[in-house]
Design a protein around this ligand. Structure first.
Ligand SMILES: NC(=O)c1ccc[n+]([C@@H]2O[C@H](COP(=O)([O-])OP(=O)(O)OC[C@H]3O[C@@H](n4cnc5c(N)ncnc54)[C@H](O)[C@@H]3O)[C@@H](O)[C@H]2O)c1
Length: 283
């Protein structure tokens, strides 16, 4: 799969575009307007900085070669007409995803493989809106894909196993470690493991069972993990757990959201990227 089209050039789309091109693929970047596409060079400059900083074998020649392999367009037919694989990273709204895939189905060759990068929507809810459910599946990246390089490849009931294998190979070709999910699972593997851990830590804290530091130390020392759950909250940022917990039917989760807001968010302590979250990163 040499010809790659990425739909959506936001946070994740830009990363998938750049990483695929960096690993030698010819990439078409699609977004809904030329105005939005005009922001791409700026996103690539930032990504180039991260690659220089985080990867050991980066050269300017490799970074420039990646840029040269990327073409941008706001014409969907033009974007997908010779794609081997289309990867969709557009907003997390089922209606937008469904209508976009309906359109893509009209313009893509019958052999093109379709992947969604959705974090929370199941691919089986989108597959019927394509003309090829057997060639549709999830390919889910983690943020900062050049270093957090898992790619969760997840079947839906209609996915052809041969297509699944092709996408696993593609993920490897662009430098990812493929994680194979043979059945649909909300949250994939990562969040199926991580969310219960984070919720349990939050529960221990709001019930004043133990301190943040001791909860983290327990997890690190007893399992050998590099980060404890509150250090992970700091990496994720406070807004995501807040938004996911504030309207929960579980009173414990709502209490967690309230305390997050009062003690952290209202002070501007939004996590590691803001310099302070559960821990102070200024030091
Ligand atoms: N941000 C993350 O950490 C992360 C991680 C893994 C997966 N994801 C998934 O990736 C997808 C995109 O998330 P994001 O954070 O990059 O979002 P984003 O808001 O940063 O980017 C979305 C992009 O899609 C474009 N867009 C809007 N409507 C469109 C349409 N109809 N057709 C094509 N493009 C359209 C927007 O202009 C924007 O450039 C979501 O499904 C999300 O669940 C996000």
């Amino acid at each position: 799969m040499q010809h790659v089209t990425v739909l959506g050039t936001g946070v994740l789309g830009a990363q998938i575009i750049f990483q695929s091109a960096y690993r030698g693929k010819d990439v078409v970047a699609y977004d809904i307007s030329d105005q939005i596409l005009a922001a791409l060079p700026q996103r690539f400059e930032l990504l180039k900085q991260y690659y220089r900083q985080d990867l050991s074998d980066v050269t300017e020649a490799k970074l420039e070669a990646a840029i040269a392999r990327i073409r941008a367009t706001s014409d969907l037919a033009d974007a997908v007409h010779d794609a081997d694989i289309v990867i969709e990273a557009i907003p997390e709204r089922l209606d937008i995803k469904q209508s976009t895939w309906e359109q893509v189905s009209k313009f893509a060759p019958p052999t093109t493989v379709f992947c969604t990068n959705s974090s929370t929507l199941l691919p089986s809810a989108i597959a019927p809106f394509t003309d090829r459910p057997e060639r549709f599946l999830a390919l889910h990246f983690a943020n900062s894909i050049w270093k957090n390089n898992t790619a969760e490849v997840m079947m839906q009931p209609k996915t052809d196993p041969g297509v699944f294998d092709q996408v696993v190979t593609f993920a490897e070709e662009i430098g990812m470690v493929p994680i194979r999910l043979y059945k649909e699972q909300p949250g994939y593997v990562l969040n199926s493991l991580l969310v219960p851990l984070l919720n349990a830590a939050a529960g221990l804290w709001v019930r004043d069972i133990a301190s943040i530091e001791d909860i983290d130390a327990t997890w690190r020392i007893a399992t050998g993990a590099p980060l404890g759950p509150f250090q992970i909250f700091d990496v994720v940022g406070m807004m995501t757990p807040y938004n996911l917990s504030k309207d929960s039917p579980d009173p414990g989760r709502r209490a967690f959201a309230e305390r997050l807001k009062k003690d952290y968010i209202d002070n501007g302590w939004l996590g590691r990227d803001s310099g302070r979250g559960f821990y102070d990163y200024h030091k």
